[in-house]
Design a protein around this ligand. Structure first.
Ligand code: PLP
Length: 380
């Protein structure tokens, strides 16, 4: 069994993907070819924002946003303690100080009440300027944007939505990657919408920021002239071949994959309930009016359960599993000894040793779900 069955997806889309890639090769417009602009227009329309700027990966997408805002030394950026490293790595690399905020025990997303406390503590302490919040749509579910936005408004903070895992999700029909002042996503192969290598995108309604983002992504170019460099930037573009692949994959994604993966998540819930395992483990929770794109199906094992033994047992049964995430951000070695390491995040501390992500993708069958749940029920 595959954790994400990208081979099965390719088999189904092979003819269209191969044709799309070959057409780029025959025209040989490998950088910024017409497929890139076409994809950007489709993504912006789907998300419901004015501008989509594609780039080299989801990490660069965050960096582009931070650079466009000019954030750096002396600025406090609030980041959930339970996320992939990039969410905090990018602000820290720009010279900002990450203040790690604990997450909600049900959704694993940033806890808006803890966010407000963290902002107040920074204001009281007085040495850093609170500037921005990086809110992450963890495992596919959008963060609690109504409450997070209220905190941002109250303290005049910029909101950066890290939608690397959230693309395709929504709240009351409003799409993920439309909640930030700037929002970002990743097309890393295992993300909800993945390409065949690295890729990413930035979304915003703000014309001025959109122009800045396009400039910074191409060596700080002036307008369309990449040899007239008016600021420092990056070389961060989405390859035309990746755009051509994404055009095909995005069609399948919006036509059926997001709804199919939601059906698989329901099958998991039903199978866990049928064998009573839902009484022992904690299943993922999607809030009312929220829609997840299910980047991961993450359960919490009972207290005291030996997670590595469970993973070993699953592996022996031919079932892959992953741990997202092993360590709270504030305990990562890169932050050791810094202000960022001093976070107080008991929820993150308690879930890191217990979370386990199970195989999940839109092409998973009922039988495969039963196989995973059956194997788990023998191990817990
Ligand atoms: C994957 C991921 C990123 C980084 O995306 P890349 O394309 O791998 O650079 C950033 N934030 C989160 C939450 C992610 O899961």
């Amino acid at each position: 069994m595959q954790f994400k069955d990208l081979q099965k997806q390719y088999e189904l889309l092979k003819d269209e993907i191969d044709r799309s890639v070959q057409s780029v090769c025959s025209v040989a417009h490998f950088i910024s070819g017409p497929e890139v602009g076409k994809l950007e227009a489709q993504l912006a329309e789907y998300v419901g924002v004015k501008h989509c700027i594609t780039c080299a990966n989801g990490t660069d997408a965050l960096t582009l946003a931070l650079k466009a805002w000019g954030l750096g030394a002396g600025d406090a950026v609030f980041v959930p303690d339970f996320t992939f490293f990039s969410s905090g790595e990018c602000p820290a690399t720009e010279g900002c100080t990450c203040i790690f905020v604990d997450v909600d025990p049900k959704t694993y997303n940033m806890d808006p009440a803890r966010l407000e406390e963290a902002v107040e503590a920074v204001v009281r302490e007085g040495s850093l300027r609170p500037r921005a919040v990086v809110a992450v749509d963890l495992f596919g579910q959008p963060a609690e944007y109504d409450r997070i936005r209220a905190v941002c408004d109250k303290y005049d903070l910029l909101l950066l939505e890290d939608g690397a895992q959230g693309f395709g999700g929504s709240i009351n029909g409003k799409m993920a990657c439309s909640f930030g002042d700037i929002s970002t996503t990743s097309f890393f192969p295992a993300k909800p919408l993945g390409c065949y290598g690295d890729g990413g995108a930035v979304f915003t309604d703000n014309d001025e920021w959109a122009a800045l983002l396009r400039s910074i992504a191409v060596h700080g170019k002036s307008g369309d002239d990449k040899y007239n460099n008016i600021r420092l930037g990056l070389n961060s573009r989405l390859d035309t071949i990746q755009a051509a692949i994404l055009l095909v994959k995005f069609k399948a994604f919006r036509d059926h994959e997001v709804s199919d993966i939601n059906k698989v998540a329901v099958l998991y819930g039903d199978a866990f309930a049928a064998c009573g395992l839902d009484k022992k483990i904690i299943l993922p929770v999607v809030l009312d009016n929220y829609y997840s794109s299910w980047a991961q199906y993450t359960i919490q094992l009972p207290k005291g359960c030996d997670r590595s033994a469970v993973q070993k047992g699953l592996k022996e049964a031919g079932i892959p599993s992953m741990v997202y995430y092993m360590k709270p951000m504030h305990r990562q070695g890169a932050f050791e000894g810094s202000v960022s390491a001093k976070a107080d995040c008991p929820v993150t501390e308690s879930i890191c040793p217990r979370v386990l992500s199970l195989p999940l993708h839109p092409y998973m069958t009922v039988d495969q779900v039963s196989e995973v749940v059956g194997a788990l029920s023998k191990l817990i």
